[in-house]
Design a protein around this ligand. Structure first.
Ligand code: FPP
Length: 261
């Protein structure tokens, strides 16, 4: 568990600019509890959570992150009360209506992964418009997982591979890790498809059907901070923590330096 109370405040200038995680994925949890603590309805937590999305997007972009993937709505979130689901579906509309100019100012390109065609029409329109309006941006990709589930992602990739094998577009021996990765919803991210750093807020320590294949070698950080309380400082501290870690990808320490080419 990441404990930010033990650390002195640090800012981005103390980070190693050459070791900023390219892809950060976040499970934004704790909106309901944030609201409950203030005797507010749960949706007030989601509304504040949307403001945090703006803050963290700008912070990540300024720090040089290449891809920020945010778990905004899971395939399981439909089980929530109807009013809450409706509110969550209205958030992308509010967010993009209001924030696209700033995204463009920050050269941030919007992407969305998940079963978008099952979302309410207004949400689909907002999403497609934002993708179109930011399509020329060349900086950070802000990738929303919306009606996303990792088992769905894997199931659809498997189906597609089987179809391709049936029509002889590929042979069974062509099925490599890379081919599977390219068929997942993160495939469009190319070299950045796997998160280097995955964060979950609110103290829960589980993955909840998020990027199960893609996080194979991700550094995981769990923090007690509730998502609406998360900010650029919290993100910076987590990147500093990430930079202390020794990523071995199943090898041994300093293997690359020791290896004769
Ligand atoms: C989980 O917290 C959070 C969600 C299911 C929704 C996350 C959505 C946002 C942060 C806003 C997204 C913004 C855009 C622009 C799409 P929870 O409600 O389960 O919290 P709890 O566990 O404390 O009840």
């Amino acid at each position: 568990m990441f404990n930010n109370t033990k650390k002195d405040a640090i800012d981005g200038s103390e980070l190693d600019p050459n070791r900023i995680p390219n892809h950060i994925a976040i499970i934004m949890d704790g909106n309901g509890r944030w609201a409950q603590k203030r005797h507010l309805p749960r949706i007030a937590g989601h509304k504040q959570g949307m403001e945090t999305v703006k803050t963290v997007t700008k912070a990540a972009s300024h720090l040089g992150v290449k891809v920020l993937t945010l778990y905004a709505f899971s395939t399981e979130n439909w089980k929530r009360p109807k009013d809450e689901v409706s509110f969550l579906m209205s958030l992308p509309v509010k967010f993009f209506n209001n924030f696209v100019p700033e995204l463009i100012e920050n050269n941030v390109k919007v992407a969305v992964m998940g079963e978008i065609d099952q979302l309410p029409q207004a949400t689909q329109t907002a999403v497609h418009d934002a993708i179109e309006q930011t399509s020329k941006c060349t900086g950070m990709i802000l990738n929303f997982a919306l009606n996303y589930g990792s088992r769905l992602d894997i199931r659809l990739a498997v189906k597609q591979l089987v179809e391709e094998a049936k029509t002889n577009a590929i042979s069974v021996d062509d099925i490599t890790d890379q081919l599977i990765s390219s068929h997942l919803m993160t495939g469009f991210l190319g070299q950045y498809q796997d998160p280097d750093l995955s964060i979950r807020t609110s103290g829960e320590e589980r993955i909840s059907n998020f990027l199960l294949w893609q996080i194979a070698y991700s550094e995981l950080v769990f923090t007690d901070t509730l998502w609406p309380d998360f900010d650029g400082q919290t993100l910076t501290e987590m990147i500093a923590d990430y930079q202390q870690r020794d990523r071995r990808f199943g090898g041994i320490k300093n293997e690359k330096q020791g290896r004769k080419s």
